[in-house]
Design a protein around this ligand. Structure first.
Ligand code: NAD
Length: 481
């Protein structure tokens, strides 16, 4: 198969002849496109191109970089409907969600265009007479990026934009399941005026292209988003190599949403249903553990079921669809496996969990809500990464907080309450990188730091001005005047 969508290496659309089919999960008869499956040779060529481009690119002025990023942002935003449609077609999130994600990618590029102009340093008096100290930031060098399938345009955007803004060169390997959105994004950035070789795209398998990127001696840093198990391998490879690589990992979650007796029921149900099930529950920040106080428990569960009866699971591109399909067969199998595990553990399936038939063949699953679960069960401890959530009943706020924190993950943590005291205490004591009060655990701004604690994240934060911690390296210079 000769792929029409090729890799971008040294400014040319080129690379290996092997290709893979990008299949629409809403209609498995629909082939979104045929995309190159890169080889180790392609990856080596991409890194060589980035290495050759780095000396000139790292010396460009902030104005030159601003103009390229701003132009890319303008095109992404002008084409958000078309890009959102492509994203929904290849990943399965609904069209409004797809357009929303494409818009976010454009906003991220606009933000980092501004950041090009804001990079500053420090001048610090020395402890020694006559000596001046300057602290400046320089690009890290060649940054390798490995991304997951669930945010096919936003995650590549929030890695590529800061990397370029601070003067780095990039080799990106997107998820092999959804290469289309990353391809379209890279095409836009390249045409915005980027010199050849500054940004390179090598699509293909993690075990081939990803592994070669991790092992390449000329790559200085790796930014990875994906599962914990792959993340561990990524970190180990970055440290094992010579020279060692700077590494940043964003991984899974088992995000708690606490609902206290004094919560506004409508707000709590909306936070739970949106947070747990929208985007098919395929978000690292999904509210997959609902920790509910006894006094509101039954009313909350009943209202969630009523709300779930009103959602429409169907083709992602169809008007009126609220939840699209699961991304592929293996993810669907994983969801069904966990539904069975929760049943076997004694959880009560209060709603959903059935496979659904729709007009076209696709991976349609009714959202599944379990009750009568404990925090010790596997359904409470392991990331399912699908439209599956469980309710754990608790007696008071103290127990809710303890259970919320009793997890190996620490990405996002939420509470629904009208008590200022409990909201304030929760914000201070939740062991998570992001805390939400009366908001779903999923759904964040694009201009502030994103990331977690414990098993969810490793290394500096992504997004906002904090992104510079990863994409720059600090130099301290001393001068005797
Ligand atoms: P995954 O770990 O299977 O794959 C992620 C990427 O790693 C893919 O591009 C894959 O090809 C690549 N890869 C796989 N094996 C590799 C290897 N040996 N060497 C190098 N690269 C390799 O994850 P996924 O299934 O694509 O994504 C779902 C996971 O991502 C979930 O756990 C989810 O929580 C997580 N996620 C986290 C965030 C966050 O910011 N915290 C955001 C989105 C998704």
């Amino acid at each position: 198969m000769n792929a029409p969508f090729k890799n971008l290496i040294a400014g040319e659309w080129a690379g290996s002849q092997n290709a893979s089919r990008n299949i629409n999960p809403s209609n498995t008869n629909d082939v979104v496109g045929e995309y190159s499956q890169g080889s180790v040779e392609d990856l080596n060529n991409a890194v060589a191109a980035a290495k050759a481009a780095f000396p000139a690119w790292s010396r460009t002025t902030p104005q030159e970089r601003y103009e390229i990023l701003k132009k890319a942002s303008d095109e992404i935003l002008a084409r958000k409907d078309e890009l959102g449609r492509l994203l929904s077609r290849e990943e399965g999130k609904t069209l409004p969600e797809g357009i929303g994600e494409a818009t976010r990618a454009g906003q991220i590029f606009a933000f980092f265009a501004g950041e090009c102009l804001r990079l500053n340093g420090e001048s610090i008096p020395s402890v020694r007479p006559g000596v001046g100290v300057e602290v400046t930031r320089e690009p890290v060098g060649i940054v390798g990026m490995i991304t997951p399938w669930n945010f096919p345009i936003a995650i590549p955007a929030w890695k590529i934009a800061p990397a370029l803004a601070y003067g780095n060169c990039v080799v990106i390997k997107p998820a092999d399941l959804v290469p289309g959105s990353a391809w379209a994004l890279v095409d836009i950035i390249q045409r915005a005026g980027l010199p050849k070789g500054v940004l390179n795209l090598v699509m293909g398998r993690g075990s081939v292209v990803g592994q070669a990127l991790l092992e390449h001696k000329d790559v200085h840093a790796i930014s990875f988003t994906g599962s914990v198990s792959t993340g561990r391998k990524v970190a180990a490879a970055c440290i094992a190599g010579n020279p060692m690589k700077k590494v940043q990992l964003e991984m899974g979650g088992k995000n708690p949403l606490v609902v206290l007796d004094d919560a506004d029921l409508k707000v709590a149900v909306e936070c739970a249903v949106q947070g747990a099930f929208f985007s098919t529950g395929q978000r690292c920040t999904a509210s997959s553990r609902l920790i509910v106080q006894a006094g509101i428990h039954d009313r909350f569960v009943e209202a969630c079921i009523e709300r779930l009866k009103g959602v429409t699971v169907d083709d992602a591109l169809k008007a009126g669809t609220t939840i699209g399909p699961v991304v592929d067969q293996s993810q669907l199998d994983q969801n069904l496996k966990y539904i069975q595990i929760a049943r076997d553990e004694g959880g009560k399936l209060a709603f959903g969990g059935e496979l659904l038939n729709r007009e076209n063949p696709g991976f349609y699953l009714q959202p599944a809500l379990f009750t009568e679960t404990t925090n010790a069960m596997r359904i409470s401890r392991e990331e399912v990464f699908g439209p599956v959530a469980n309710v754990v009943r608790v007696k008071d706020y103290e127990e809710a907080l303890a259970i919320a924190n009793d997890t190996e993950f620490g990405l996002s943590s939420g509470i629904c309450t009208t008590s200022l005291k409990h909201a304030t205490h929760f914000k201070r004591n939740a062991e998570a990188g992001m805390v939400m009060v009366n908001l779903a655990t999923a759904g964040v701004d694009y201009h502030v730091p994103f990331g977690g604690r414990k098993g969810s994240s490793y290394g500096p934060r992504e997004q906002g001005a904090y992104a510079r911690e990863f994409y720059t390296t600090v130099k301290t210079s001393y001068t005797l005047a």
